[in-house]
Write a protein that binds this ligand. Structure first.
Ligand SMILES: *Cc1c(COP(=O)(O)O)cnc(C)c1O
Length: 421
């Protein structure tokens, strides 16, 4: 959200927590524009605020709470793991890390996994691996990674540089060298960029993209674009890195977003939904580029038995309960409901787009109405949603969402629109 959409928080006083927004703001750094709700507990796809007000949660911690809130399997996994072993460092082997890596390898195109704690950190690992590959395998000594406009790869210095959106970079320069941006889904621009860079001894080592741009406006990748990129990478021997942090882990209706595009990356990253809300990230790669050696990369918390044990329970639940089928069916239901609304308000809404349970309601760029206006109106109707930029309302509920809950969200959008026009 932009600073203009910052919401002024009223002071709420709650007997149990004695929550005070003023107190909160006094002690917590001012890095987030928060909606004026203090959430206290959750169950399934619902959360409750400090006053006992119920909300249907179509944000899910921003595409993170795969199994919703307080899922019995997560409660059990967390409880068991904390009692057994939670952290020992990567000086030793632990069963949970090995099992999670095995599950991920068996359910993706990758051969190996590295574990860390967040999406940005997973992307840092991918960038480091691509740079080492450039130096040691491709003999490129000034490696460039091409990324896309409107992308989002995280908030560390390397990943804000990779992120093709100036608003995330402003005032944080000098940025990291070695990145170059192209418009997304534009093949001619990409081919031109590669030719331009390679002719100037700034050689391309990798192309790093989201299979579907999440933060950048829920924009799915085009099949022909990604298939040609795969060919280009094969022809040149360079790496294709996919950032699957938001769209991966079942959200697209397949385990990984790239399955919607009929291609396989050399490296991909995961985080958000991987632990169902427990902090964990992963960077995965094919054996052909698995060139890290001991000492090249590390993370103190990365892959600890707590995070990997819980993530393993989340992964196995996705599989055993056939949750991907629910993602596809509920996604269809949501898009058709939103498309009906888009028809009613054709002057305001330009399209509904997405895969599985990551969908966007896209507003016409020339209207005054913003995504944040709709999100605020929807909160008043008891449903939480999140903007993906100023003109797209994003719907990323838990993957276990029911048909009745999808209907409730659609109705809330209808009522919200009625109050706004
Ligand atoms: C959220 C996100 C990230 C950053 O993840 P953090 O866990 O916040 O560091 C990176 N890439 C994509 C595509 C994301 O959606």
């Amino acid at each position: 959200m932009s600073p203009e959409t910052l919401v002024q928080l009223p002071s709420v006083s709650v007997p149990s927590l004695r929550f005070s927004a003023a107190d909160f703001e006094q002690h917590v750094m001012n890095t987030y524009a928060r909606f004026p709700i203090a959430l206290e507990r959750g169950k399934g796809c619902r959360v409750w605020d400090a006053d006992g007000q119920e909300y249907l949660d179509f944000v899910a911690g921003i595409a993170t709470c795969t199994l919703g809130h307080a899922h019995p399997i997560m409660v059990e996994a967390v409880t068991q793991q904390i009692q057994k072993l939670h952290h020992v460092s990567n000086l030793y082997y632990t069963q949970e890390q090995g099992e999670l890596a095995k599950w991920l390898v068996e359910h993706s195109c990758a051969d190996r996994a590295f574990f860390c704690n967040s999406g940005a950190e997973a992307n840092e690992g991918a960038i480091k691996l691509a740079r080492k590959y450039a130096h040691t395998v491709l003999s490129i000594h000034n490696p460039i990674i091409i990324t896309a406009h409107a992308s989002f790869h995280g908030r560390t210095l390397a990943t804000i540089t990779a992120t093709g959106q100036p608003k995330y970079q402003k005032n944080f320069d000098p940025l990291m060298p070695g990145f170059y941006y192209v418009p997304y889904n534009d093949l001619a621009a990409l081919e031109e960029a590669i030719a331009h860079l390679d002719s100037r001894e700034r050689q391309v080592a990798a192309i790093m993209l989201e299979a579907l741009q999440g933060e950048g406006g829920v924009r799915p990748g085009e099949i022909a674009y990604f298939q040609r990129i795969r060919e280009i990478c094969n022809e040149k021997g360079i790496l294709l890195i996919l950032d699957e942090v938001q769209v991966g882990m079942g959200r697209s209706g397949h385990y990984w977003g790239y399955e919607n595009l009929g291609i396989e990356p050399d490296i991909f990253t995961s985080a958000k939904g991987l632990g169902g809300g427990i902090p964990i990230g992963a960077m995965l790669c094919k054996s052909s580029c698995d060139i890290f050696q001991p000492g090249d990369h590390a993370s103190t918390f990365g892959g600890n038995p707590f995070a990997t044990g819980v993530a393993l329970a989340v992964c196995r639940t996705l599989e055993q309960e056939n949750i991907l089928a629910n993602v596809q069916e509920r996604g269809e239901q949501l898009r058709s409901g939103l498309r009906a609304i888009a028809q009613t308000y054709a002057n305001l809404i330009s399209e509904v787009r997405g895969w599985g349970l990551i969908n966007g309601l896209v507003l016409n760029s020339d209207v005054e109405l913003t995504s944040s206006d709709i999100v605020k109106a929807a909160i008043s109707e008891g449903v939480l949603m999140v903007p993906a930029g100023p003109k797209v309302v994003r719907f990323v509920p838990p993957l276990i969402v029911s048909a009745a809950e999808i209907e409730q969200a659609i109705d809330a959008v209808k009522r919200a629109m009625a109050t706004l026009v």
